[in-house]
Design a protein around this ligand. Structure first.
Ligand code: GLC
Length: 547
């Protein structure tokens, strides 16, 4: 099980209100206790932080606010000492506009090799005043930005994140060096950012119009010339070679790469990324974004399992990350159970009212289900505390470029990135900082009741459930990768893995499972009411049984 740490928001070893590497090192015992096998650190490289590290200004260093190379070395060493692997996050589609490569490109004339690392083009129309094509950026607006000498450059996300041209061998060579640099420092693998955007159609043709009514932040995903472009797979195959070579040269090292590929209910597209000579893993986001409805949940799992097992690839499940609304809020939306509420976009569109009690019950059930699935599982820091999305953050405090680039039409992702509460001490931002601090995103007063120190003492807390779930997963199911569906009842999602039967009731009505399962032994329950088993699965509840 891999635990995602949003570095800015996990733990601040000082008092600047920003999480850092020594802060994480100081909390490794907590992660080991939770039952984590590996951590994934969001980008910790020097960055102007306009997309909070996903705008990298130097791939071979450490952001000074987070520490230095000695701090990352210490973190890796301590993780390894506790039996945890460390995955870094690498961003190949674009770098920061502050990166030396881009500064050199701006300083060089049109047509120069420095510009060839990027997509610089002349504009069209009189004086080239129109962008070279009609492509939109993922976070809103045009994907093109004009520079002082009149040329334009392509930036799929924001103007501060210019796209790299992977047809250029210099780009390929630079990243070979970067991968090897971090592997040599002890990093055990990479989560690879935004892989579906890398590679563009030759000639950068105009995109066909998006579907009528597409959201501003959906338009780019409909551009067939800039999404899932097949040339990217040559890059991934090459990365796999670099990774495999490093492993061969360093016996005993085992490396993992995991692709961030949003494929919007097209697991047939996802499969390409986990071909045997590409990534080891690729997140399946369909379950995360599925409605809380039995048929939809089963379909999200089954489609992924069918596609991926047909090619022998491992499944990679998750319920949360730093780009989507936290699950207790998402599942608590009044329309969450509507089978039509499928979302292909991680920026959840629903504004339906939220019932956190319902959402929390469902999020508990969801993790009990997820932990039973074959493959690997990722969780996002704070999920184990049941933190809700912070929906009422003042606009002035928001820092996400999604909010800024859409002029507030999209609220963005700040609400899932609020610094974690460790204690009830308000003066230290609930123990997030060591000294008194103002955290970089404001914490609501309710954070107090979600603090680790509080949940550790409460047997019904989300934290205790996660500990129990992760322990049960290790004990009962990890050595069997097969899933067999059980048709128990139309309102239930049920399957068998290893000797365990997992049953979820994602409806508001209690469901009886029948005599045979009623006689089974209860291994785990998502219910906070104490674990008894009488053959009835309560609403929004999941159980593990052993027959
Ligand atoms: C990925 C990251 C997201 C970032 C974007 C651009 O989707 O997860 O946080 O904003 O890529 O790098």
């Amino acid at each position: 099980m891999v635990y995602q740490i949003y570095v800015r928001s996990f733990a601040d070893s000082g008092s600047d209100g920003i999480g850092d590497l020594p802060g994480i090192t100081g909390r490794i015992a907590y992660l080991a206790d939770l039952g984590v096998d590996a951590v994934w650190l969001t980008p910790f490289y020097p960055s102007p932080q306009r997309d909070h590290g996903y705008d990298v200004a130097d791939y071979l260093g450490v952001e000074p606010t987070y520490g230095d190379l000695a701090d990352i070395d210490a973190l890796i060493e301590q993780c390894h000492a506790h039996g945890l692997h460390v995955l870094a996050d690498i961003v190949p589609n674009h770098c920061s506009s502050d990166h030396r490569w881009f500064r050199d490109a701006l300083a060089a004339p049109p047509g120069s090799p420095a510009r060839d690392r990027f997509y610089f083009r002349d504009g069209i129309g009189p004086d080239g005043a129109q962008p070279p094509n009609n492509w939109s950026a993922v976070f809103g607006g045009s994907a093109w930005t004009r520079v002082a000498d009149g040329q334009w450059y392509l930036a799929t996300f924001t103007p501060w994140q210019p796209d790299l041209d992977w047809e250029n061998p210099a780009v390929v060579a630079s990243f070979d060096e970067i991968l090897r640099f971090w592997y040599a420092r002890g990093i055990d693998g990479f989560r690879v950012d935004a892989v579906t955007h890398l590679g563009k159609a030759p000639g950068l043709p105009d995109a066909p119009p998006p579907p009528v009514g597409a959201r501003e932040t959906d338009v780019a995903a409909h551009n067939p010339y800039a999404t899932y472009w097949p040339s990217a797979h040559e890059v991934w195959r090459h990365w796999r070679d670099v990774t495999d070579d490093f492993e061969r040269e360093h016996p005993g090292r085992q490396l993992v790469t995991v692709a961030e590929a949003y494929t919007a209910r097209r697991p047939d597209l996802l499969v390409d990324y986990v071909r045997p000579d590409e990534f080891h893993q690729a997140f399946s986001f369909d379950l995360m974004l599925a409605p809380w409805h039995p048929a939809a949940i089963r379909r999200a799992i089954d489609d992924t399992v069918q596609e991926l097992s047909a090619v022998g690839a491992a499944m990679t499940w998750t319920l949360n990350n730093h780009d989507t609304q936290r699950s207790v809020t998402r599942y608590g939306r009044a329309d969450a159970a509507d089978p039509a509420s499928w979302s292909g976009n991680n920026l959840v569109a629903s504004h339906a009212p939220v019932d956190l009690a319902v959402g929390t019950r469902r999020a508990r059930a969801a993790v009990v289900l997820l932990a039973g699935l074959p493959g690997s599982m990722y969780l996002y820091a704070g999920e184990e505390l049941g933190l809700p999305e912070v929906l009422d953050m003042p606009d002035a405090a928001r820092a996400d470029p999604v909010f800024l680039r859409t002029c507030g039409r999209e609220r963005g992702r700040d609400g899932c990135r609020v610094p974690l509460p460790w204690t009830t001490d308000v003066s230290t931002a609930f123990g997030f900082s060591r000294g008194s601090s103002t955290p970089w995103l404001p914490q609501p007063d309710t954070w107090r009741s979600f603090a680790v120190a509080v949940e550790e003492r409460d047997p019904t807390s989300m934290l205790q459930l996660y500990r129990e779930v992760l322990a049960a997963r290790r004990t009962h199911v990890l050595d069997d990768e097969t899933l067999a569906w059980l048709d128990v009842h139309a309102n239930l999602v049920g399957f068998r893995r290893a000797g365990i039967i997992v049953v979820l009731n994602p409806t508001a009505v209690p469901v009886a499972v029948g005599d045979e399962l009623a006689r089974a032994e209860l291994v785990l329950s998502s219910s906070a009411q104490g674990a008894t088993w009488s053959g009835i699965v309560a609403p929004d509840t999941a159980v593990w049984l052993r027959a």
